[in-house]
Design a binder for this molecule. Structure first.
Ligand code: ATP
Ligand code: MG
Length: 349
């Protein structure tokens, strides 16, 4: 049966809301609450539906003393844990108590992400810092008069300080990219030039690792609206990764091609594939690679001085450019990172 006028009133409210009468039965609920608890809960005793002690106590207390209360409520829907703030208030003396459920899940998730991020940054900085402090102590004490040990230790200290410097640089870069993620770039530039400059800058690294870079880039200009420095950063990180993780003495292929219509971008697009022939990446890592500090092989990545922020920066830059990153890989058969960017057709198109 339920309470029809009350049901009509609750139906006007956007939050999941339900009413419990003085006999402690659920007498009305609106469609959002129906989706949360099922419509069959009408006329049931509220404790059979809302079983969590804190909320149950708040409702009982409110029915007794007419004072509004706030209580938390956890509910698992569609495989996800949801956190709600429930406002419990009586309409009036001898009238039902109304509960409205405010979904705090995103808020809680954002808080958790912020805490994780701070914990990660601290941990990443602490490791090289601890090592630096250890070496300073050794240089002051045991290795004071040992010239060869001193040289070796200073070399390690330089590398550790370099790692900290890279980490801080990447963090600043990430926060800058995030800050202007919603500002679309307006400069028209030729992606071929960006790729050539990146390849020139990276060639010493490739030579050092005896990696042969094969570039297959069309000779006609590839016009995109973009931020040249940021796009260079994208390709530098992807090519650097291919060199670092693909292993020495291999081949890295860079291939650019255009398509007249990309279905996801709904526009003409340019696609750049960066393919290595290294060990590849196991499927369970693929969806997480663009998370901050995520490393597929953390020991190897750290040993190479990686911060684990490169692909997170790439993803943000591509978002800003309305572009996409696709990663495909089979273990043992190398990896392919595909960047897709919308082509700028100019004003005459
Ligand atoms: N071509 C690749 N082959 C195999 N693994 C890769 C490849 N590219 C990236 N990875 C894996 O993805 C992880 C994340 O890469 P990302 O560029 O974000 O960080 P990084 O290279 O460790 O650090 P940074 O780019 O800041 O120097 C790497 O640590 C590595 O484990
Ligand atoms: Mg990298």
């Amino acid at each position: 049966m339920g309470d029809a006028p009350l049901t009509g009133l609750l139906a006007t409210l956007p939050l999941p809301t339900l009413a419990i009468d003085t006999a402690q039965r659920i007498v009305a609920l609106n469609p959002p609450a129906g989706r949360l608890f099922g419509v069959a809960v009408v006329n049931r005793h509220f404790t059979t539906v809302l079983r969590q002690p804190v909320l149950v106590r708040a409702i009982e207390a409110c029915l007794k003393d007419d004072t509004a209360r706030q209580a938390p409520y956890l509910k698992r829907t569609a495989g996800r844990d949801g956190t709600y703030d429930v406002h419990v208030q009586r309409i009036g003396a001898d009238r039902p108590v109304v509960l409205s459920f405010q979904d705090m899940t995103q808020h809680t998730d954002a808080g958790q992400m912020r805490r994780d991020f701070v914990a990660n940054v601290s941990h990443e900085l602490r490791t090289p810092l601890t090592s630096l402090m250890g070496f300073i102590e050794t240089l002051r004490g045991a290795a004071r008069d040992d010239a060869s040990a001193r040289d070796r230790f200073l070399g390690i200290m330089e590398a550790e300080a370099g790692r900290m410097n890279r980490l801080v640089g990447d963090l600043l870069s990430l926060s800058r990219v995030e800050a202007d993620e919603r500002v679309r770039p307006t400069d028209a530039l030729n992606l071929t030039d960006v790729l050539q400059t990146t390849l020139r800058n990276i060639s010493p690294l490739a030579d050092q690792a005896h990696v042969e870079i094969m570039a297959d880039v069309p000779s006609q200009p590839l016009r995109v609206l973009g931020d040249g420095d940021q796009l260079q950063q994208v390709f530098a990180n992807l090519i650097e990764n291919a060199i670092k993780y693909g292993g020495d003495h291999q081949r890295v292929q860079i291939c650019a091609s255009t398509e007249t219509y990309d279905r996801t971008l709904r526009a003409p697009a340019v696609q750049i594939d960066i393919t290595d022939s290294g060990p590849g990446i196991a499927p369970e890592h693929l969806p997480r690679l663009t998370e901050r500090f995520y490393r597929a092989d953390s020991h190897r990545s750290r040993a190479m001085g990686g911060t684990g922020l490169g692909l997170a920066i790439v993803k943000h830059i591509l978002n800003r450019h309305r572009g996409r990153l696709k990663i495909t890989s089979e273990v043992g058969k190398g990896a392919c990172f595909t960047v897709t960017l919308p082509l700028d057709m100019g004003e005459d198109s």
